[in-house]
Write a protein that binds this ligand. Structure first.
Ligand code: G3H
Ligand code: 13P
Ligand code: ZN
Ligand code: NA
Length: 283
């Protein structure tokens, strides 16, 4: 069944685990996410990034998700990742998404609050949930120093104020992770995470979670992370298997013989994440 972040993250908070939010760009990755969730009996969040919407088209993503949902026996959230505008949020809600992220983290605090509030109002009207971001989670390709990165970490008092003002259902926090494959050892600010969790009553979200060691993921969950975004680790597993198949069969001309095994590799990595997050067996 299609549900919102409120249901799956509420249960995760009560049970002390986290739910994976997996980025989907094409049919094979969507099928891998669903196969993993069914096999693990895990609730799951399917999310569409800006790149996914550009690549596949919102209509295709929504239609594929609808098809996946028709046979799903676990709770599924269909979520917009890093929504860029009020207009895009409305398009996704109209397409049947049950949840949206509005990422106005680049804007000054009060402007972030103002835009996020508008999105919450629209989402509420159709029963959808909203995630927002405070602080700034960069990319691993950004060439900035550690000190510059830390300057964008989420402030606990500001986070409390932000959630109170906006009424969001979940908050993405900047505590040391970054989008993409790490070129350094990610160092999470666990103390800050605990301070934020103590002041903020809604579930917290960890972006850029690919490449973060399992023990750090478990520690983050202990301290209040309830939604964990994974994209890069799926891409790595998917493309690695494609390369292996192509290397072993250089004359292969059937895409299914290449993408099928890649889909299986993606399923395996997603299942492993669900076990680390503790969501396995919770559906
Ligand atoms: O937002 C996080 C995604 O990993 C970036 O994905 O390249 O498909 O926009 P994208
Ligand atoms: P990774 O690509 O580092 O897993 O980050 C995914 C993400 O945060 C999507 O919003
Ligand atoms: Zn992200
Ligand atoms: Na990452």
């Amino acid at each position: 069944p299609l549900v919102t972040l409120r249901e799956v993250l509420g249960a995760a908070a009560a049970g002390g685990y986290a739910v994976g939010a997996f980025n989907c760009n094409n049919m094979e990755i969507l099928q891998a996410i669903m196969a993993a969730a069914e096999a693990e009996r895990s609730p799951v969040i399917i999310q569409a990034s800006q790149g996914a919407i550009k690549y596949a088209g919102l209509d295709y993503i929504a239609a594929m998700a609808k098809t996946a949902l028709a046979s799903a026996t676990v709770p599924v959230v269909l979520h917009l990742d890093h929504g860029t505008s009020y207009e895009q949020v409305i398009r996704c809600l109209a397409a049947g998404f049950s949840s949206v992220m509005i990422d106005a983290s680049r804007l000054p605090l009060e402007e972030n609050i103002a835009l996020t509030k508008e999105v919450v109002k629209a989402a509420r009207a159709v029963g959808a949930s909203v995630e927002a971001e405070l602080g700034r989670i960069g990319g691993t390709e950004d060439d900035i120093s550690v000190a510059e990165r830390e300057a964008f970490f989420t402030d606990p008092d500001e986070a409390a104020y932000f959630v109170e003002q906006t009424g969001v259902d979940a908050l993405a926090v900047a505590i040391g992770t970054a989008h993409g494959p790490y070129r350094w050892e990610p160092k999470l600010d666990f103390e800050r995470l605990s301070q934020i969790a103590a002041k903020v009553k809604v579930p917290l979200v960890l972006h850029g979670s690919s490449g973060v060691p399992a023990e750090d993921i478990r520690e983050a969950i202990k301290r209040g992370i309830r939604k964990i975004n994974i994209d890069t680790d799926i891409r790595i597993a998917f493309v690695k298997r494609m390369r292996e198949v192509l290397a072993a069969n250089p004359d292969e001309i059937d895409p299914r013989k290449i993408l099928g095994p890649a889909r299986e590799a993606a399923t395996e990595v997603i299942r492993e994440k669900m076990r680390i997050f503790g969501s396995s067996g919770k559906a």
